[in-house]
Write a protein that binds this ligand. Structure first.
Ligand code: MN
Length: 324
């Protein structure tokens, strides 16, 4: 059953102890949506904790205060458990059981999925980011929107639209951006950090990408093994920009990266140009996401076979979708 945001706002207002969760390997929208909600609950004098286990990237740490994040779950006495931007149980990581077994769990999301349903669920794929939904929710909660909240919403919105260039960008994306600016969001600094700050490590990783990407017809891809990551002293999250970078290439309609995050475990990240669907491809590997940006995680012993499997799946899916 789908609940209204108004119901959820009321429920949160009634709760005094709240736990907030988002997806593993958090991206900007995961961080923006969960933390904006965290500060909103705090301003209503709620006792609120936010659980994120993954270590944030250097860039992410410039945008959010990582010291408020908790990673050890010891206390189950919350009135409400809320997840933001989480489309499936698996993406809750170590908090999966805690969240699913909670008495009052609330799912707020913008993926077209029905793999995670809470006692209360608001899921609306027409929003380009979950942060936009959280922004509406916060308004319904009658929270005073601070510059900090406006900045976090903007971080999530900008992240999921890739600065308003992904095909999911719509009028509400721009309207929310306008509102974030109006409420004092630090747009200039956020843009500087997200799009104009490249660490030396990122430059090295980009160099690796440009030297090692491959193409097959209109598909571009890059495989990164654990050995390579270790050699570059990098983590999977540091390579998250690979698929977005590759999709911008002329003549490329589908791009992906396969990054080995632990021995024989690969994270796939897909991007497509307008008119091409990568969500259906990711879902063939047990993942999901959006038409233009999707991902999956899987175990595979042989990297060459994995690559073959991905390329075959892309072809098969295109036949099914009737894409040229
Ligand atoms: Mn999102």
């Amino acid at each position: 059953m789908k609940n209204s945001l108004k119901d959820i706002a009321k429920l949160i207002k009634k709760s005094s102890k709240i736990a907030i969760f988002t997806h593993i390997n958090p991206d900007y929208d995961a961080l923006g949506s969960s933390l904006a909600l965290y500060y909103a609950c705090q301003s209503l004098n709620k006792e609120v904790d936010i659980y994120i286990k993954d270590e944030l990237t250097k860039t992410q740490r410039l945008l959010v205060d990582s010291t408020v994040l908790k990673n050890e779950f010891t206390d189950r006495q919350y009135d409400a458990f809320i997840s933001t931007d989480v489309s499936s149980k698996e993406l809750l990581g170590d908090y999966k059981d805690v969240f699913i077994n909670a008495q009052t769990n609330i799912v707020i999301d913008h993926h077209s999925s029905n793999e995670l349903i809470g006692k209360f669920t608001f899921r609306e794929p027409s929003y380009s980011s979950c942060s936009e939904i959280i922004f509406l929710l916060i308004k319904l909660m009658k929270v005073k929107i601070t510059d900090k909240i406006a900045s976090l919403v903007y971080v999530g919105l900008s992240g999921d639209t890739n600065s308003f260039t992904n095909t999911n960008t719509n009028q509400n994306s721009y309207y929310t951006a306008f509102e974030c600016y109006k409420y004092g969001g630090d747009i200039v600094t956020i843009n500087e950090i997200m799009y104009r700050t490249q660490t030396t490590k990122e430059t090295e990783l980009e160099k690796y990408l440009l030297n090692n990407y491959q193409t097959r017809d209109d598909v571009a891809y890059c495989i990164v093994t654990l050995k390579t990551l270790e050699k570059m002293d990098a983590r999977k999250a540091d390579c998250d920009f690979y698929s977005s970078k590759l999709i911008s290439m002329e003549g490329i309609n589908i791009a992906f990266s396969a990054i080995e995050s632990k021995p024989n475990y690969y994270n796939l990240s897909f991007r497509s140009k307008y008119g091409f669907n990568v969500r259906d491809i990711a879902s063939k590997f047990g993942g999901g996401g959006h038409i233009g940006a999707a991902g999956a995680k899987l175990q595979y012993d042989d990297v060459d076979k994995l690559l073959n499997q991905i390329l075959k799946t892309i072809e098969a899916q295109r036949v099914e979708n009737n894409e040229d």
